[in-house]
Design a protein around this ligand. Sequence first.
Ligand SMILES: NC(=O)c1ccc[n+]([C@@H]2O[C@H](COP(=O)([O-])OP(=O)(O)OC[C@H]3O[C@@H](n4cnc5c(N)ncnc54)[C@H](OP(=O)(O)O)[C@@H]3O)[C@@H](O)[C@H]2O)c1
Length: 375
Amino acid sequence: MPPAADLPDTFAFIIHPIDPKADVARKWPLVGKTLTRGQIHFLSAYFPLVYMSEVHGIRSIASGKEVRGWFIACPFTPQRMLQLPVERVYDKIVACGHKAESLGARIVGLGAYTSVVGDAGKTIADRLEVPVTTGDSYTIYTAVEAVRRAADAMGIPLHSATAAVVGATGAIGQVCAELLAADVAKLIVVGRRVDAIDAVRDRCSGQRAEVIASTTIGAIYEADLVLTVTSAIDAVIEPEHLKPGAVVCDVARPRDVSRRVAEQRSDVLVIEGGMVEVPGPVDFGMNFGFPPRMSFACMAETIALALEGRYEDYTIGKDLTAAQAREIGAICTKHGFRLAGFRSFEHAVTDEQIAQVRDRAQVRRRTWTPLRDLG
Ligand SMILES: NC(=O)c1ccc[n+]([C@@H]2O[C@H](COP(=O)([O-])OP(=O)(O)OC[C@H]3O[C@@H](n4cnc5c(N)ncnc54)[C@H](OP(=O)(O)O)[C@@H]3O)[C@@H](O)[C@H]2O)c1
């Protein structure tokens, strides 16, 4: 084995189907077309892991260094990961990690639900030789940055705004809330458990924002800015939960924002959090349904750690910190990762569309009466 300094810089990233039919159809069009969603959820538990592709062409703007990587798919859908015994899910993710090791990966990233199950990567990291990261620190950094930029685009002054974080008791939600508390006038943190959400309120207090804890989703009706990041399987934010002109940054995968919002609320701006442009002429070797050179922030964190030569367990577990989110933000910026332009329900959002949302919100506010007693 050559000394570490002579080894090529490499990474692997573990993905899984999120939208069962669309994601399976991208790899096997006939299977995706023929099987129902229910059949895919069920059968996913019996599929082997899948080698997806080799990644080339990612190049740091700071060092000129290139990294090579691989995508490996854990076949389980989010529903199946929640239903199956956690040990069975760990076994499959660890098998993906062993595949990554055999390919020569020097760090492995856990995509979407593979980073949510169980203890958020701790057990998986213990069972693998190769270092592991969930990518959640850069997801936090980019989500908060996206909220700030969207507020600016919508003409919402951050310092006097009311923001809400949904899923604020989660690993990502807690730190997003802590960071936003330094920016806004009022912050509503929403969770399902009273004790846990009160603890998040205490964690966020003492900065700029007055912080309110709530266990009802209806509390976000007051918010100008909503960052949502639950691990719910189904949508939690519906059209009636949002006031005219609100910005919603949806970081969750599967999404938290119902498609009904896109259909019925042309006066609110919904953007996808955690989308990043990768430096260099990258070829991912597969189609995730994104435009060229775009990746999720959690992938970007894994890649940036390889570019930086930081081969260590990085973001692991549920207790994340604002300091680590800032550190990986600085590392990614240095190597040339950039927040992608706004996207909403798989489509790019143009400046003209944002102007239209602002206009419609202005019209709607004239006849707007706040709803009460939303559950
Ligand atoms: N876009 C990206 O690049 C990216 C990267 C990583 C992760 N993610 C996504 O981010 C989300 C959260 O990840 P995480 O690691 O922070 O998860 P987590 O630590 O498990 O936290 C999940 C949060 O969601 C809440 N929750 C779960 N089910 C809910 C429901 N049915 N209704 C309302 N709230 C519910 C939980 O409440 P309790 O505390 O009461 O359980 C908790 O606050 C996931 O969807 C994940 O796929 C996205």
